[in-house]
Design a protein around this ligand. Structure first.
Ligand code: ISE
Length: 352
């Protein structure tokens, strides 16, 4: 970023549903940034997204990260590519907003976190956008401010209307429950120590052998419990609710009724939200705006470039999901066995 150029130049790696949304957010709704480079395994898709905004297409994601006209990187490529791409950003000293997962295994996520700590500069933000949703943020403030007393339980509901055929029970943990892994840590302000999963009666639309829905239980360090109903083929709508039950009260977010209408003929009701982009659009955009501001500060000052969940949070979520997948397979309670966090590695579980 030169002194005459006040806009952060961003490369977006992977322009499927999420990456395209981020390109649009950066180009139309975010101040202080522009997309200069787009990279995707499909050349056609890359051009479809890059051409209308005048960005360059660079097929090799590592070349995109290294490019001179790139100050910072958004990673929305498949999870298996994240480790190499995030490490390349660290080595190039470029801030990165990486969609979840940080990496696909706890050990590699821990190694990425260690490398960032060794380099002495926080450059990795992980895209756990729920932390930027107004309702989640208000609930976190309420709990942290001790307004309801000690939190005892969180009850979470996570329902998707439909998912692709390949979404099996393990992927439901890695791709969907990963959000509760992060939001439970964010809301409770502590680590998760163990995970259990109960596979129930599957819906008729689940492929053979896939347990959809399932009940997941997290145990936190304090003993607080987190229950999660994960159901990804409801055929109805996108529904994400969280209730905290605390010593002096309870609070619920995610009722998501939109406009409630009464009509001639005696019917009344709201409209449901079709998908996660509709539900969390504000959170994604606020996450992007805050990241652009933090990355710009980091590029200009040579300091930290994060305003939100960081690499430790990415590692913690990976460890919880790994335990969750083992719990699904073995049908047993599995401990997360997380590494101890070093002082050098940053602040608390809530880095935002
Ligand atoms: C998807 O990848 C997401 O990130 C959504 O927020 C989540 O609700 C969905 O279950 C995932 O598949």
């Amino acid at each position: 970023m030169s002194s005459q150029d006040t806009e952060l130049k961003v490369a977006v790696l992977g322009v499927g549903k999420m990456g395209s949304f981020h390109v649009e957010s950066l180009s139309r709704r975010t101040r202080g940034a522009r997309v200069t480079v787009v990279s995707d395994f499909s050349d056609e898709q890359a051009h479809r997204v890059a051409d209308p905004i005048g960005a360059r297409v660079v097929a090799d994601p590592l070349a995109a990260i290294a490019a001179d006209d790139v100050d910072a990187v958004v990673i929305a490529s498949p999870g298996t590519a994240h480790e190499e791409q995030v490490l390349a950003c660290l080595e190039a000293g470029k801030p990165v907003l990486c969609e979840k997962p940080l990496t696909t295994e706890a050990a590699t996520a821990a190694a990425v976190h260690r490398r960032e700590t060794e380099l002495g500069r926080r450059l990795i933000q992980v895209g756990f956008m729920r932390r930027f949703d107004h309702e989640y943020a208000a609930l976190q403030q309420m709990i942290a401010g001790d307004e309801l007393g000690a939190p005892l339980m969180l009850h979470c509901t996570h329902r998707n209307p439909a998912v692709p055929e390949f979404f099996d029970s393990e992927f439901m943990i890695r791709d969907s429950v990963v959000h509760e892994a992060d939001s439970a840590r964010f809301l409770l302000g502590e680590e998760i120590t163990a995970v259990s999963v109960v596979r129930g009666r599957p819906t008729g639309s689940a492929p053979a052998g896939v347990s959809d829905p399932m009940l997941v239980l997290f145990e936190a360090e304090s003993g607080a419990l987190v229950t999660i109903e994960i159901f990804v083929r409801t055929g109805i709508a996108y529904e994400v609710r969280t209730e905290v039950v605390a010593e002096r009260g309870s609070a619920l977010i995610g009722l998501d009724q939109n406009v409630v209408t009464k009509r001639v003929g005696g019917t009344w009701g709201g409209t449901s939200t079709p998908d996660f982009v509709a539900r969390f659009g504000q959170a994604y955009d606020d996450q992007m705006q805050r990241w652009v501001a933090a990355a710009t500060r980091g590029v200009t000052t040579g300091g930290d470039a994060v305003d939100g969940p960081g690499s430790w949070d990415g590692y913690a979520a990976a460890a919880i999901c790994e335990a969750g997948v083992a719990a699904v397979i073995k049908g047993e309670r599995v401990e997360t066995g997380m590494e101890a966090r070093s002082e050098a590695s940053g602040a608390t579980g809530d880095e935002s």
